[in-house]
Write a protein that binds this ligand. Structure first.
Ligand code: NI
Length: 223
């Protein structure tokens, strides 16, 4: 039987995952602050005994995403790659290009700064603007997937090459407060999962547009 304490800790971690993306905030800013407060309460509940940071499973997740994204996009044709369910929603190309830019300009940069120069102001990011200004939609999916894979391999080499990193080093974020390097590494994984889910949802929604009229897909179960 699962303990109440385990459930509390798991819930806090799940909420933190949902809100870890600095630009996709489906639950609103207040919910994100609550999530981080819950996460920190969990960490603070054991004074003098911080949870040990084991980066290996997290790095394993990041490695698997380098295989999952190519697999999820391998059979996607040009029309589907650029398909947006609504004009204000992202296509598969948008998502993959976003992951690539986040890799270098957000996560790797910010983990590096937090580990090695935690007091430094982070370079600004604006992923929503990048999608439009850098015309992700006009790119070629296969090239974008390969660009992501190479950036991810570079990140993995970099992470594995870190010399005794202190994952408890922290950066003061102006809106979300204290973020440790460990928080950021876990958020990097959570961000992958958000966008793997998004690509999967795009497959599900596109399926509805290509099956013959009258085809019933509800037999699959609730989405
Ligand atoms: Ni994102």
């Amino acid at each position: 039987m699962l303990s109440h304490r385990w459930f509390q800790r798991k819930s806090a971690a799940l909420v933190a995952e949902r809100t870890a993306d600095p630009h996709v905030d489906a639950f609103g800013g207040q919910a994100r602050e609550v999530a981080f407060a819950a996460l920190h309460q969990r960490l603070d509940s054991r004074p003098g005994q911080p949870l040990p940071m084991n980066p290996s499973p997290l790095i394993g997740h990041l490695r698997r995403t380098a295989e999952v994204i190519p697999a999820l996009t391998a059979e996607v044709d040009d029309e589907q790659a650029r398909w947006r369910p609504r004009p204000d929603q992202w296509s598969i190309i948008d998502v993959v290009s976003h992951l690539t830019d986040e890799e270098s300009r957000d996560f790797r940069t910010r983990v590096d700064l937090t580990l090695h120069r935690p007091g430094e102001v982070w370079p600004a990011i604006d992923p929503e603007r990048w999608v439009k200004e850098e015309r992700y939609i006009e790119r070629e999916l296969a090239a974008e997937v390969e660009r992501f894979r190479l950036e991810r391999m570079h990140s993995l080499d970099w992470l594995r090459g870190l010399n005794s990193p202190d994952w408890t080093r922290s950066h003061q974020h102006p809106s979300v407060g204290t973020l440790t390097a460990g928080d950021l590494l876990a958020s990097w994984v959570a961000h992958d999962l958000i966008h793997v889910r998004q690509v999967t949802r795009l497959h599900r929604e596109y399926l509805e547009t290509v099956v013959a009229p009258g085809t019933r897909i509800g037999y699959a179960g609730r989405w």
